[in-house]
Design a protein. Sequence first.
Length: 164
Amino acid sequence: MLRIQSTDNLFHEGNPATGEKGTKVTDDFMNDVQEEICNVIEAAGIVLASATRDQLLAAIQRLTGGAVTRTVSASGNVLVTDSVLLVDATAGAVTMNLLSAAAANARALTIIKTDDSSNVVTIQAQAGQTLPTSEGRQQTADLTMQDEAMRILPNGVSHWHRVA
């Protein structure tokens, strides 16, 4: 990859009033930038996806062994960058929707219920996918007690496995 080809290797907006032209961005430059970024993402085992704006961050974290701990108190989706989810269900039941177990960017995840309320934390697998529970494989698993945790790992197809 080369820097943009200008006298100081920086971008300039130009000024039409004075006739000063802005930096010409070439297809070679944009293709270099695109491929440099895509190579990092794919080297981390993440499948490129449109409308996803955290793939480069997730790739860097995965390649450097970084783990992301996030605290949540409302239902939502597990993010590709999540490693540990601390779930506070004090205000009400919380459901966390997992990535597909088949997604290349799905990885081991630990979910911990942090509060002592009677509200349940539900871990929801995608349609047709299962999680290990005390009742066998099901689409959802519940955490009901404070500090109860589930560490799961995708099998790359359709199931999540509990890991110690």
